[in-house]
Design a protein around this ligand. Sequence first.
Ligand code: PNW
Length: 469
Amino acid sequence: RGATLTEGRADFPADFVWGAATASYQIEGAAKEDGRGLSIWDTFSGTPGKVAGGDTGDVACDHYFRYADDVRLMSDLGLAAYRFSVAWPRIQADGTGLVNSRGLDFYSRLVDKLLEAGITPYVTLYHWDLPQALEDAGGWPERDTAYRFADYARAVHARLGDRVQHWTTLNEPWVAAFLGYGNGVHAPGRREPAAAFRAAHHLLLGHGLAARALREAGAEEIGLALNLSPVITPAQVGDPAAVASLEDAEAVGRIDTLLTRQFLDPALRGEYPAELLAMIERNGGLAHIRDGDLEIINQPIEVIGINYYNPCVVESGPGQAADEAWPGSEDVRFCSVDDVPATAMGWPIVPNGLSRLLVRLADDYPEAGLVITENGAAFEDVVEDGRVHDVGRTGYLDHHLRAVHAAIADGADVRGYLVWSLLDNFEWAYGYGRRFGIVHVDFDTQRRLFKDSALWYREVIKQNGLRGN
Ligand code: PNW
């Protein structure tokens, strides 16, 4: 599709979309403004011991008040697209009933500013800020939450749908379900494996109901964004062609079922893998999965949104269960990867993992196109004379874009790339201690500064690809 590589140059297809991504709770601040209700992340970050340094999203990047300046930054960078999420409790303080027009006004102003700057908005409806009142009623393990989500999706579309064509229902339902309700590292901090499986199913049901509602309302492009990783053995980190033993292949299969197939099989094919059903059976049972649910979940969608950071490296560990975030994964050991460099998150840098993932998705799920909805890295940035020489981040992005390019050349239908993240922001359980931005944020003064990676990315966008070395 017009992806060419000449002497180290990597030219992307002419219609390739370049952009950046953020999420509401991570950047907006203004936690009490204009009738916003509480979300589970307000409660969680306000609970001592849950977030590093006691950090909260109360102020974050103050984006709610600085959005116009931030759109100017995007415009300076030449972004063609900007992915942001809508905070549900700004739209319905308690997650149900009357719609708060002041909350919608904010996103409407943001969309207008983006369009004035020639930047296409990509709207994510759920990036983890569930209204606390819905959690008090049981949260995602409760079926009703899925129906409340569809109502909310309808309300957002009713206000923005005249100007927004690109919709993502959920961001990373695996993280929301298994870190939120499984190991409790994310809000609401529950540690109940059975509840995590129920949450995952109801998130998918919410996706299906919302996708159907958006479609009926005229949405052109609907997607689902997942945290996806190729699941590989330690030997495959350095040698993608290495053959796994039978035991290791089984461990790989179990984790891939939980991470990938649990979401893509029902969303794109209308079925759960038999192996997954057996895992759920052993963790609370299947009673919450009702007749007709899979038909609802299986709505036609145009895009799989891929959030890629690193591969999942596992091997067979007889007698071991991976961890509470992976209920059902008996006999699996997660391996640390020591022979490749890592980011400040400790996540190993394996660019070929992204090519492997994209080609696999193109083969296994040809029903939908692919957009990289997140890719990026945290590093310990230093500001020196008004510059941030973040060579680690620039290298990470460069190598991963080459991996995307290779996958396109192999036939994968990858339509765009949205770097995570536009701004340094509230990195969930790590607070402000991990910086993913290509734009540096001074959290005392709220001053923004382009890191070297941002200047590099501006050039990539201008060139529609990478220069030779
Ligand atoms: C994603 N994991 O989070 C999110 O979509 C972003 O909001 C976040 O800032 C970014 O990646 C960087 O962390 C993840 O433990 C958090 O597997 C944790 C995991 C995966 C993704």
